[in-house]
Design a protein around this ligand. Sequence first.
Ligand code: 5GP
Length: 193
Amino acid sequence: MRELTDRIKENGRVLGEGVLKVDEFVTHQVDPELMDAMGKRLAEVFEEKNITKVVTIEASGIAPAVYAAQALKVPMIFARKSKSLTMDEELLTASVYSFTKQVTSTISISRKFLSAEDNVLLVDDFLANGQAAKGLIELCQQAGATVAGIGILIEKSFQDGRQLIEDMGIPVVSLARIASLHDGKVTFIEEDA
Ligand code: 5GP
């Protein structure tokens, strides 16, 4: 998606070890107009799939997920990374190793929000090694829900996430695909979602 790749070129910053910082418009400060356009684009791609829920993981997945859910006219659920005292219902849980924080956390969603009738679109800001996506897929599987696809803002295609998810038979759509982050420079795979 042109608006996103342009914005990454303008405001993205490459950190060491294959990490892209996009805190000007995605992960800390949020550009609502761009986020709205990206949510709408993901919704458009999956509009024929009869999505009933959009599911993401806190915190940076929430913004794109809520715009996609609004466009699809379905609820958005975000998996929590720490248990809240108010979560007294039965929980779906999975372990996720965080690429950026390098810690394993237990993610959870209240069972009451997902069921076997649900057809889920997963949304996240980044796809790296696919561990966050895999954890979300596990939560959906525990509920008996179907995962219809995954919509990602920024895919780092030099990592294994896409392969991992596609091997499960789940389609992956990314609005920007990064081929490399060498020498502080972002190189994209030139194709548009
Ligand atoms: P994965 O689980 O696919 O390895 O990593 C995805 C998660 O790690 C995303 O939810 C995102 O928050 C974070 N992440 C992975 N790579 C990057 C990156 O290059 N930059 C930022 N800002 N976050 C990343």
